[in-house]
Design a protein around this ligand. Structure first.
Ligand SMILES: [Zn+2]
Ligand SMILES: [Zn+2]
Length: 388
C-alpha cells in the first residue's frame, strides 16, 4: 500500500502503489501503462483524477510536441503523460499541507510557477522565467502538469496547492474540468483591464475558450457582447451563453458587421480566440481608437500585421498565456453562482481506457463534439453524453 514518509493519507481513500497512465511514445502514439503513483512534496497534494477534458493543445502536443517541453526538449519517448484540464479528489497531503483536506473535491489550474522569479512574484506565474526547469541541476520547482511535468490522462497526479481550486458539491465532475477553460477567458479579460461592465466586447472564434469568453464577458456586465465564427451550431451556443449578437463570417464581413452592430464606432475590446491568419488585422479594425485586443489563440505561420493602423489609433495588443493571476478562482466563483452554464460546451464522456477514441472525437469533431471528457471511474462502456 501507498505510505510514503511524511505524507498523510486516510483509510477512507486507499491509494495503490501503481496506477494506469497513458504514456506518449512516438508522435501520435499513446500506450496505457502502469506507473508508480507519484508522491507529493512540501506544498503539494496527491489528487485522484475523477475527470479530465481534452483540449486542442493536447492534440497538438500528442502529434507535434510543443508547447510541451520535457527535460528541455520534445516530449516523445520520455515516459510522459499528457492531459491538463482535470479535476478530482484530494487523497494525500504532502508535508505541512493544511490548506486542503483529504476527500475535498478540487479542480486544478495548470501552471505552478517557480515562485521565486520576477514574474511569479508579480502573480504572472504562467509566464514564469524558469518555465520547464524542473529536472536535474536545473530544478526550480516549476510545474505545468501536462506540459512540462506529467499530466492528467492517468489515475493520480501531484499538484501544488496554488494550482487547486475548491469546488462545491453540486458542481459535476464534467463542469469542474471547464473551470480552467473559463479561467483562461477570465485571465484575458483581466489583462484587458477587467472592468468591462457597460463596455462593448467582441469574441472571435467559438471554440471552448471563445464560448466561455462570451459567458464570462457577459457575467462581468459587458454590453453588447458579439461573437463571430463560421459554424452556426457554435454561434447558437454562444447566444445561449449570453452573446447579444452573433456574426457568421462566411456570410458577412466581420469588421463591417461588428461596426454596424455597435453604432458604427467599433468596440472597446476584442478577445481573439480563433487563431485565423487574418484575425489580428480584423480585430484591430473591430476595436475603436484606443481599444484593446487580447490574443488568446495563434496561427501556425507568421502573418503580416498592419502596424501603422495599430500605432495611429493607439490600439493595445495583449498576448496571454494560460490562466494567470488566479483567474480560475474568479471563474469558479461565477460558475458556482450559476452565472452561466458551462456544461453547454461539454458534449461527450468516455472511460479513461477509451482515450484514443475520445481524442478522435475531439480532433475530428465527430457528432459536433466540443468538449470531450474522459473519466477513470463511473463510466461503463463508451457511453457518450449528447449535448442538450
Ligand atoms: Zn487546455
Ligand atoms: Zn517563476
Amino acid at each position: 500500500m501507498y505510505s510514503p514518509a511524511g505524507v498523510r493519507t486516510s483509510p477512507d481513500f486507499p491509494i495503490p502503489d501503481h496506477m494506469k497512465a497513458w504514456v506518449l511514445g512516438n508522435p501520435g502514439e499513446l500506450t496505457l501503462k502502469d506507473k508508480p503513483v507519484p508522491v507529493p512534496k512540501k506544498a503539494e497534494v496527491l489528487v485522484r483524477i475523477d475527470a479530465v477534458a481534452i483540449c486542442a493543445t493536447d492534440l497538438e502536443i500528442i502529434q507535434h510536441g510543443p508547447p510541451a517541453s520535457i527535460q528541455g526538449g520534445l516530449p516523445f519517448n520520455k515516459n510522459f503523460t499528457p492531459g491538463h484540464e482535470y479535476m478530482g479528489t484530494v487523497v494525500a497531503l504532502g508535508p505541512g499541507v493544511d490548506e486542503y483536506r483529504i476527500g475535498q473535491r478540487v479542480t486544478v489550474e495548470i501552471h505552478a510557477g517557480c515562485g521565486q522569479c520576477k514574474r511569479c512574484r508579480e502573480g504572472m506565474y504562467t509566464a514564469c522565467h524558469n518555465y520547464g526547469l524542473n529536472y536535474g541541476d536545473l530544478d526550480k520547482g516549476h510545474r505545468a502538469n501536462g506540459f512540462t511535468t506529467d499530466g492528467g490522462f492517468c489515475e493520480y497526479q501531484v499538484n501544488n496547492i496554488n494550482t487547486l481550486v475548491a469546488i462545491p458539491d453540486d458542481m459535476s465532475d464534467e463542469e469542474a474540468t471547464l473551470v480552467v477553460t473559463a479561467g483562461t477567458a477570465m485571465y484575458g479579460l483581466t489583462e484587458l483591464g477587467g472592468l468591462v461592465a457597460g463596455e462593448s466586447v467582441v469574441v472571435t472564434g467559438p471554440g471552448p475558450i471563445g464560448l466561455l469568453g462570451v459567458a464570462v464577458a457577459k457575467s462581468l456586465g459587458a454590453q453588447p457582447v458579439i461573437l463571430t465564427g463560421t459554424r452556426d451550431n457554435r454561434l447558437k451556443m454562444g447566444l445561449e451563453l449570453g452573446a447579444d449578437h452573433v456574426v457568421n463570417v462566411k456570410n458577412e464581413d466581420p469588421v463591417e458587421a461588428v461596426r454596424k452592430l455597435n453604432g458604427g464606432k467599433g468596440v472597446d475590446y476584442v478577445v481573439e480566440c480563433s487563431g485565423a491568419p487574418n484575425a489580428v488585422n480584423e480585430a484591430i479594425r473591430m476595436v475603436n481608437r484606443g481599444g484593446k485586443v487580447c490574443l488568446a489563440a495563434f496561427p501556425h505561420e507568421q502573418v503580416p500585421v498592419d502596424i501603422a493602423h495599430i500605432v495611429r489609433n493607439n490600439i493595445y495588443l495583449f498576448g496571454i498565456r494560460g490562466e494567470g493571476k488566479s483567474a480560475t478562482h474568479r471563474a469558479e466563483a461565477f460558475m458556482s453562482q450559476k452565472r452561466f452554464d458551462a456544461t453547454k460546451v461539454h458534449t461527450h464522456t468516455f472511460p479513461l481506457a477509451d482515450l484514443p477514441t475520445a481524442l478522435k472525437y475531439a480532433r475530428e469533431r465527430i457528432d459536433d463534439a466540443i468538449k470531450v471528457v474522459v473519466k477513470a471511474r463511473g463510466v461503463s462502456a463508451a457511453s457518450k453524453v449528447a449535448a442538450e
